[in-house]
Write a protein that binds this ligand. Structure first.
Ligand code: PCA
Length: 327
């Protein structure tokens, strides 16, 4: 009896040990680079996504965030996921506008300027983006917009002519083109470097959201925010397809469910940000200005010119996006 009991006990311990080893072997930890600082709502949304994944998988898949470009610089994140150095990452979708114009359609001035239109545009853009990224062995998990983009300056801008010669901070090729056509002198600067770039005089104006303006403490170096609502650009979270396929089916399902939830939550957070962060700009002394019709007419003219060029370069994919967007 004793021996039998002992054998059973040893057997059970062995079984328990092997269960522990198996789950240790299948438990995965994903490093996830993102470009923006921790207090950015996008980063907070991704932190909630990571938490959801951890909880839904009972810790079998944990996602470790590396924010503010700390693991890979913003421009390197997409290729790091593509090359499998990391399984998952976030970046600004319009950063890829030079790769294919379809990636930057949400940064085309005055094409989609509010959340309803931005949703429609994403619905039209998503299948095209998915197909293009699939060729790079990447899968789209979710995409979340920034609030509508406004103009930050050190003086009042009553017409496009007032932008002439201004050293202008930009974040992607489309914005660079817009700034150039407006007569400004563009320089690309990443979000974490904005305060420094203004402090040293490298730049003196920018177009971005109330979120990024408030988080960068724009009142330390600027005085005017003109609410031009020029476009509603997005960040995107992608996963390396091989890394995804390596996960058990149940884990794959958990990731997809958490992604869906993150997209819905992110759009809600973004809409709330617009009012809250505009309020913060105002309470810190920035003048919030409704644009003059002369300024809007001038900027829209540039937007129309850019749209004509975009259509020429975006080919069949561009046509597909615009026809399903209804434009
Ligand atoms: N903030 C990011 C992208 C758009 C936005 O609102 C930036 O300024 O780079």
């Amino acid at each position: 009896m004793e021996t039998n009991f002992k054998t059973l006990k040893t057997g059970l311990m062995g079984a328990a040990l092997s269960v522990a080893l198996t789950s240790a072997a299948t438990a995965a930890s994903w490093d996830m680079p993102t470009p923006y600082p921790d207090k950015t709502f996008h980063t907070q949304n991704i932190a909630a996504f990571a938490k959801d994944v951890g909880e839904a998988t009972g810790g079998k898949l944990t996602i470790k965030l590396h924010s503010a470009g700390s693991l890979f610089k913003h421009k390197e994140i997409k290729n790091a996921v593509r090359g499998g150095q990391v399984p998952i990452g976030e970046f600004f979708l319009g950063l890829l506008a030079n790769e294919h114009p379809a990636f930057g359609v949400d940064t085309q001035p005055f094409l989609a300027t509010n959340y309803d239109d931005a949703r429609k545009l994403w619905a039209a853009q998503r299948p095209v983006v998915e197909k293009l990224l699939d060729k790079q062995k990447l899968m789209v998990l979710f995409s979340v917009p920034w609030p509508p983009q406004g103009l930050y300056t050190k003086k009042e801008i009553a017409a496009v002519g007032n932008l002439k010669g201004l050293k202008f901070r930009t974040y992607n090729p489309t914005l660079e083109k817009f700034a150039k056509l407006a007569g400004a002198a563009p320089t690309q600067v990443q979000v974490p470097d904005i305060p420094q770039a203004f402090a040293t005089g490298r730049v003196e104006a920018m177009i971005t959201s109330p979120s990024t303006g408030a988080n960068s403490k724009a009142w330390d170096f600027l005085s005017h925010y003109t609410d031009i609502q020029a476009w509603v650009p997005k960040n995107i979270v992608v996963v390396n397809k091989r890394a995804f396929r390596k996960l058990d089916k149940s884990l794959q399902k958990a990731v997809l469910a958490a992604a869906k939830k993150a997209e819905a939550r992110g759009w809600e957070m973004s809409m709330k940000e617009t009012a809250t962060k505009t309020g913060i700009l105002k309470s810190n002394g920035i003048q919030i200005i409704k644009p003059s019709s002369a300024l809007m007419d001038g900027l829209k003219k540039i937007g129309a010119e850019m749209m004509t060029d975009w259509k020429k370069s975006a080919g069949a994919e561009g046509k597909k996006i615009l026809s399903s967007y209804g434009n």
